[in-house]
Write a protein that binds this ligand. Structure first.
Ligand code: SIN
Ligand code: FE
Length: 303
């Protein structure tokens, strides 16, 4: 089982232990904290749990962008400004606590990550009605249509803030195994291709009329995006791949490289999440990074 339980007595690791945690993450393990190291106050938790009832414009997936201290994902026309301000404050605090914790816990990565978005996920995940490529109940590896990483890894830290219900995931074998077994020739990494523009559809999704030249993906990002879609669209992979179910209890946390560990969320409601883009030079086991694996398959550099 690729799950490593971290007891609360192990929250301040030695440099060697820190490196070992990084190595485990890079190999596709989930690090699981039965009692979250970044708890919210009871007040903040009840505020978040109450949003569905009190303000329907705040119950979508809310994103917080720490770099510019911006909250988005709600309808500013209908949302209650006081509630937005409170939510903003909670997300700012959550993001900062996760950063503070991981700067210590994963010391080798500190100063080598780009802090990406945090999110509040108040929707019930079971039976969500989403277009296939956006469904999170199908196993997939993460890739961002409008935020190419150029080989940086997508590390995500989660809190289940639901007071009574588990958040139910399944995961499958990590990247190296999955890509070699399931990725066909048609989606193989294409080295040497010029940086591709972000497609029109994605550009439209972020409010741009057409693709703009400044948003460019490397061949690596192109592959990761195709692979995300390919896995979701592939019934053989969805049925035949090895599956490991995990039910994350109330008030637990976990983190995982979601760009390489195929994952799906089947049920659960109310989670917080912070994403980090960890740069290739920080990997303690670069040889098993998706970039290196794909470059080996392609026999060429991909960023
Ligand atoms: C995902 O990244 O696919 C969703 C994970 C979650 O919200 O639990
Ligand atoms: Fe995902």
């Amino acid at each position: 089982m690729p799950l490593i339980t971290i007891p609360n007595t192990a929250l301040t690791p030695t440099p060697e232990q820190s490196r070992a945690f990084c190595a485990q993450l890079e190999a596709g393990d989930i690090l699981y904290f039965p009692a979250t190291p970044v708890p919210l106050t009871a007040d903040d938790t009840s505020f978040l749990l109450g949003q569905q009832q009190t303000d329907s414009s705040l119950h979508k997936n809310i994103a917080y962008k720490p770099a510019i201290d911006r909250l988005s994902g709600f309808d500013a026309k209908t949302a209650d400004p006081a509630a937005v301000q409170r939510l903003h404050q909670i997300m700012r605090g959550y993001s900062a606590s996760v950063v503070q914790f991981l700067a210590r816990f994963l010391a080798p990565y500190q100063q080598h990550w780009k802090l990406d978005y945090a999110s509040f996920r108040p929707q019930e995940e079971q039976n969500r009605d989403l277009p296939l490529r956006r469904r999170n109940d199908l196993l997939h590896t993460d890739a961002f249509p409008t935020r190419p990483t150029y080989g940086a890894r997508i590390l995500r830290f989660f809190n289940n803030i639901n007071p009574t219900r588990t958040r139910d995931w399944i995961v499958s074998d990590p990247f190296g195994a999955t890509v070699r077994q399931f990725a066909p020739k048609q989606i193989a990494p294409r080295p040497g291709s010029a940086l591709s523009r972000i497609g029109k559809a994605s550009a439209r999704a972020i409010g741009l009329g057409a693709a703009i030249p400044s948003l460019k993906r490397s061949p690596y990002d192109d592959f990761m995006m195709r692979f995300h879609n390919f896995l979701k669209e592939n019934p053989t992979f969805q049925t035949d791949c090895p599956k490991y179910p995990f039910q994350f209890p109330p008030n637990s946390s976990w983190m995982v490289y979601t760009d390489t560990v195929p994952h799906a969320v089947l049920a659960g409601q109310y989670a917080l999440e912070q994403t980090f883009l960890v740069r290739p030079e920080a990997m303690v086991r670069p040889e098993i990074s998706p970039l290196k694996i794909l470059e080996e398959i392609a026999h060429a550099p991909l960023v």
